[in-house]
Write a protein that binds this ligand. Sequence first.
Ligand SMILES: C[S@@+](CC[C@H](N)C(=O)[O-])C[C@H]1O[C@@H](n2cnc3c(N)ncnc32)[C@H](O)[C@@H]1O
Length: 452
Amino acid sequence: MITISIITVFPELHESFISLSLLGKAQEKGLLKINLIRFSDFVAPKERIDQQLCGPGAGMMLKPEVVEKAINHCIDTHGDGFKIFFSPQGTVMTQPVVKLLAEELFDSPSTDTQQPALLNHAHIILVCPRYEGMDARVEQEYADTVISIGDYVLMGGDLPAQVLLEALLRYAPGIVGNAESVEADSFTGPLLDHPAYTLPVTWHEQEIPPIIRSGNHEAIAQWRREQACKKTILQRFDWFRAAQPSKELCNEAKKTIPPHYVVLMHDQVKLADGSIGTSSVTSIDIHDTARSCATYGIQNFFLVTPLVDQLSIVETFLNFWHSERGKKYNPSRFKAVSRVRTEISLARVLTSIEAETGKKPLVITTSAKIMSHATTIDYHSQGTVWAHNRPIVFIFGTAQGLADEVVNQSDYLLLPITGMTDYNHLSVRSAMAIILDRWLGLQPKLPKKLPH
Ligand SMILES: C[S@@+](CC[C@H](N)C(=O)[O-])C[C@H]1O[C@@H](n2cnc3c(N)ncnc32)[C@H](O)[C@@H]1O
C-alpha cells in the first residue's frame, strides 16, 4: 500500500481529481491511500492560516507554524514521509526527474503489483502552498525536494501536486495497467512517441497509414521508429541532443536533417575603410574550419575567393592534403580537408549545391551585429529550418563581415553570438565552431541526482 498525504488549503480541489482518475481505482483496490489534510485544521477557530509578508511589498503567506503542525500531524499519523514541496523555483519536472523520484520512492515494478510499497519511506507528503508561496525557512527545514512543473507561476501548489501524482504514479507497481507503455512513451529516452491512430481507417479524408494495418509487426516497428525520430528532430531537437542518443539513433536522425554546407567568404565582405571588397585567405582558417566541419558532419566547406593568385595558394595547400603524402602525414587532417572545396563566387557555390542535391539551398547568413533582416532566427530554430527539407548553407564573412547585399539576399540571418561583455571580436573560426555546435552539436546532460 502506498500512502500519500496532500496538505492543502482546498482539499475539495483534489476530491474529484482522485475519485475520477486511475488514483481512485487504485484506492478502491487497496493499492493506494490518499489523505487530504486541510491547513485550517491547525489553527484555532476563526484564526487565519496566513499573514502579511515581512518587509516591503504586499502579499500573504502561510504561517510557518501552521505548515509545521500540518506536516507533523501527517508524520504522527502515518510515519515519517518523503516531503515534496512545490515552487516555480524548484527543480523543473521532466520525465527523467519523475523517474528518479519514482526510483527513490517505489519498489521496483517487478515486485508484488498486488501490494505496491514505498521504499525507504512510510509515506509521501505533498505540501501545497498558496498566496506568495512558502516561507523560505520552512522549505529549508522540511522539504526533501522542491518541484516546479514549469517556468510559469500558478496561484498555488495544488495543480502541481496533481500533475506530479499523475506522472509519478505511472511508475508505481500495479497502478498503470501496462508498464511497457510507460517505458515507450515520449521523453523516456531520446525520442518522442510515434504517431498513433484508432479506427475509423479514414477520418476527415485522412487515412491511417496502410503499413499500420499491414499486420507486418517488424515493418510497423520500423515505421514507428522512423516517424518518432523524424518528429523528435523537427519538433524537439533540444530534447534529442541532450538525451545522449546512440550512434545508431544519430544515424537515423541524419535522414531527417538536411545536408549542411559552410561557405567562408573572401569576397563581398566589408573592409576596414567601409568599402566592399575581397580579403586574403589564411591557412589556419582552412585547417580549423575543415576540422569543425568534419566534427559536425558538414557536407562540404567552400572557400570563396575570386582572386586567381589566392585560389592558387589554396589549391597548392589542398593538393598536399588531398595527396597520399598528406594522408600518410596526418590521416585525420586528410579526412577533414577532403571536404574542402574552392569557388570563385557565392552564386557558383549555390548552383553547384543545387546541381548535386537537386534542391535549391536555403541560405543562412551570420553576423557579429544585430541587423534588420526580415527573418532573423535564433539557435533553437533548427526544426523550422529543417522542415523545408532543403540543403542548408551557412555563410560566414571574413574581414569586417558579410556585405549587406549578401545578408539581404539570404533566407535567414542568425542572431549574433554574444558574451556578457562589450567585446565582440571573435575570429571567424571561433564563431563558426560555436555556431556549428549550437546548431548541430549534441549537448549531453548527465543524469540528474534527485534534487534535495
Ligand atoms: C503565486 S505562487 C508564488 C510564486 C513566488 N512568489 C515566485 O515568484 O517564485 C504560489 C505557490 O503556487 C505554487 N506554484 C506556482 N507556480 C508553480 C509551478 N510552476 N510549479 C510548482 N508550483 C508552483 C507554489 O507552491 C507557490 O509557492
